[in-house]
Design a protein around this ligand. Structure first.
Ligand code: MG
Length: 159
């Protein structure tokens, strides 16, 4: 059995007039993340962790932000495609552990739905997807609510 680990990081600006998508869930908030896709920073970090584990470069390589095909795209579709890329090479997701860093809003009420959504796409049990959140203690661009940051680690297993 082959085992690989990967890590991913993503950052998006927060701005008024955009929806806030995190972990595949639309979160009620006064600001949303700016980006070419729906700018779901958590899914993007998870995609990069999975791609990194499989040695398949990164999300920008597979889904360039210069392509109209990905303009406004639901990041759940990007994660589905990443899982398919791994599957085609004999890799399955074992587990994902991710952290969100943002000042507002509180993420706790939405974590269960995120886990349910993401575990279904990655075809793993819900306890194989961990989503944690913390603030940046009001420091820096995250603290000023100008941006949101996500980190993810992933373990994949192959035959
Ligand atoms: Mg991104």
């Amino acid at each position: 059995m082959r085992i690989r680990v990967g890590q991913g990081v993503d950052v998006h600006q927060l701005t008024e007039g955009r929806d806030l998508w995190l972990g595949g869930v639309k979160i009620p908030h006064t600001k949303g993340a700016l980006g070419h896709s729906d700018a779901d920073v958590l899914i993007h970090a998870i995609c990069d962790a999975l791609l990194g584990a499989a040695g398949l470069k990164d999300i920008g390589y597979h889904f360039p932000d210069t392509s109209n095909e990905f303009k406004g795209i639901d990041s759940k579709i990007l994660l589905e495609r990443v899982v398919a890329l791994l599957d085609a090479r004999g890799w399955k997701v074992n587990n994902v552990d991710a952290s969100l860093i943002l000042e507002q809003p509180k993420i706790k009420p939405h974590v269960d739905e995120m886990v349910k959504t993401l575990s279904a796409i990655m075809q793993v049990e819900q306890d194989a997807v961990s989503i944690k959140a913390t603030t940046n203690e009001k420091m820096g661009y995250v603290g000023r609510e100008e941006g949101v940051l996500a980190f993810a680690s992933a373990l994949i297993i192959g035959n």
